[in-house]
Design a protein around this ligand. Structure first.
Ligand SMILES: Nc1ncnc2c1ncn2[C@@H]1O[C@H](COP(=O)(O)OP(=O)(O)O)[C@@H](O)[C@H]1O
Ligand SMILES: [Mg+2]
Length: 296
């Protein structure tokens, strides 16, 4: 986990990832050369304002969409060059998905247990004991035979996590998984993500615009205009039931450099100091000092 001294190989690497959508004769550059590393068994979040490219990134990592340029590699699968058949195997066996829209994750007329069996049946092996174990792992051992309508939104979302884990994926991708839930249910969902990650060694990537959610994970990366801008790391793992603080005492924040060494100065700093498009750069001992130019 996070404190291992050995050099860890990332399970997910994005290098200079670009995604351009063409709508009639307009181009939208949703990802603008994004670099990102995610490590095995992390529970991490990607945060950013609406339209910053979060879902685009997650859809690429999930094999649902292809990058326009750059590379995305997940568990040794190069997502830029998959055949149709490889893409299907990848989506079925390597990644699991949880969507914000609770109803989209479940078949309404099947029980929780049957819902978890569906992806297994598609792979030709319905393992009821494993389905039951997964539902117990997400805290729903007492709801095996309930249908979605007989469960709360939070419970349905926990079934969705069990479904996503049915084929023992290496990576779990969740797009705004708590977007439709109250604070208490959201917190339970987060605890489930931590639990299944440590229990089954799965890497969890959560996309959210909810700050309190991001402060409850081991690490979160902010995206802005289709690029990563800052990275915030928890000093120690959150304990079950511990209150989430957002005052900076539990986390260290870093600005990230892209592969060419460029960094992004947060807009609030640029505004506060009246920074235009140039700064002077000096190195002093172990510091790099950025200053407004003399003529500014
Ligand atoms: N299928 C698509 N076709 C055209 N433009 C899209 C499509 N999906 C997303 N976009 C555009 O790409 C940008 C990033 O969108 P998205 O990844 O959905 O952001 P987020 O999930 O952070 O809100 C937005 O400007 C959005 O309008
Ligand atoms: Mg989105």
């Amino acid at each position: 986990m996070a404190s291992e001294p050995t050099i860890r190989e990332p399970i997910i690497s994005c290098d200079n990832l670009v995604k351009i959508y063409r709508v009639s004769d307009l181009e939208v550059m949703a990802l603008q050369g994004l670099d990102l590393r995610i490590y095995p068994e992390e529970v991490m979040a990607i945060i950013g304002a609406s339209g910053s490219g979060k879902s685009t990134l997650l859809n690429i990592l999930g094999g649902l969409d292809e990058p326009t340029a750059g590379s995305a590699v997940v568990a040794d699968w190069n997502l830029g060059r998959l055949t149709r058949k490889q893409r299907l195997i990848y989506m079925r066996d390597v990644v699991g998905f949880v969507w914000q829209n609770v109803a989209r994750n479940l078949v309404p007329y099947l029980t929780a247990l049957e819902n978890v069996l569906v992806p297994m049946i598609l792979c030709g092996k319905a393992d009821r004991a494993w389905a039951r174990e997964l539902l117990e792992a997400v805290g729903l051992g007492h709801r095996l035979h309930h249908r979605p309508l007989e469960m709360s939104g939070g419970e349905q979302q926990r079934v969705a996590i069990a479904i996503a884990l049915a084929n023992r994926p290496k990576v779990l991708l969740a797009d705004e998984p708590t977007g439709a839930l109250d604070t208490k249910s959201s917190r339970q969902i987060l605890e489930v993500f931590h639990h299944v990650s440590s229990e089954y060694g799965v890497t969890v990537v959560i996309v959210t615009h909810d700050r309190s959610m991001s402060y409850a994970v081991d690490r979160f990366v902010q995206i802005r205009d289709g690029k990563t801008s800052t990275e915030t790391v928890r000093r120690r793992p959150l304990e079950a039931g511990e209150e989430v603080v957002q005052d900076g005492t539990s986390h260290d924040e870093y600005v990230v450099l892209d592969s060419a060494g460029r960094l992004q100065i947060p807009p609030e700093y640029r505004e506060a100091l009246g920074i235009g498009d140039r700064l002077s750069v000096e190195m002093e001992d172990d510091k790099i000092i950025l200053r407004l130019p003399q003529d500014a």
